[in-house]
Design a protein. Sequence first.
Length: 164
Amino acid sequence: MARLQAEKIYDAFVEADPDGEEYYSQRWTALSGRLDALDAAYSNGLANATNGTAIVSHAAYGYLAHRYGFEQRGVIGLSADEQPSAAELADLVDLMVAEGIRAVYVDPIYSDAFVQTLKTELQSGTGDEVIILSLYLALGPTDGLDYVEQLESNLDALERGLAG
């Protein structure tokens, strides 16, 4: 999706400023190659994931999950203002126990309070270690990472958490 958006932006720049086409073309070629390599890394890196479900603090990764073959289950839905009920949290813990999920993802810009609750409940119920991993929404520079760096970090986190 990012590649398609970037290509539309590139085309618009060339149309608006034909004299700058060489400049834009060089940068588009570099970005396009970087995004293609990232797409291939996601496809290869997630092809053998043993856990098919990622428990995320915020259910905002649907496109990513669909494209790379995993399911997301959000502690909260698309609205960051939602509050999960105790029953919803208990259902997620039950799912994590049943599917052997021992990783939870949180975007660093949001509170991890509900994710910490899941971790505590799952650890106390199973004795297993539960890890909390960052999964960026990639809405702008965060933690000193640009857009592509955030996506690369997300891949590392997904590979680790979906490994089982």
